[in-house]
Write a protein that binds this ligand. Structure first.
Ligand code: RB5
Length: 146
């Protein structure tokens, strides 16, 4: 599975650790930066990861900022993106199972690394449930066309 990942300055330290974690777990990781913790604007990085998903260059995305909130708001502006801001592994699993989320956004400041690793495990291994959830996701997609 190909995973595109990026952060802003507030998420940089955890992004670096999560890149290593995903590489060691055998994922094909596309690190979209930044390359340092110099101050940057999170929408720029959300856009790049979102475009990797929409273009089919990555299967899932991971975005890390201070809270994960700004990254989710920005990524969800891109048609085809369902980004979920998650603080627990069970919410990560539900974001996949119920919402078919294709990007998870996490907090580099308020969630510890071990929890974020467990969030990524859940996010990257849980399949979409389909069934009754599929029609709801189709309605989300229809909102993009309005
Ligand atoms: C940066 O200070 C901070 O605003 C950003 O990382 C993020 O938390 C925004 O949602």
């Amino acid at each position: 599975m190909r995973v595109s990942i990026a952060s802003d300055h507030a998420g940089f330290e955890q992004k670096q650790a999560l890149v290593s974690y995903l590489n060691e777990a055998g994922y094909e990781v596309i690190d979209r930066g930044p390359a340092s913790d110099d101050r940057v604007d999170y929408p720029d990085f959300a856009q790049v990861v979102a475009q990797d998903i929409v273009a089919g260059d990555a299967d899932r995305g991971v975005l890390v900022c201070g809270t994960g909130i700004g990254m989710a708001i920005a990524a969800n502006k891109i048609d085809g993106i369902r980004a979920a801001n998650v603080v627990t592994p069970n919410f990560a699993a539900l974001a996949r199972e119920h919402n078919d989320a294709n990007i998870v956004t996490v907090s580099g400041r308020f969630t510890d690394l071990e929890t974020n690793e467990a969030i990524l495990d859940a996010f990257l291994t849980t399949e979409f449930g389909g069934g009754r959830h599929a029609g709801r996701v189709a309605k989300i997609e229809a909102l993009e066309r309005n």
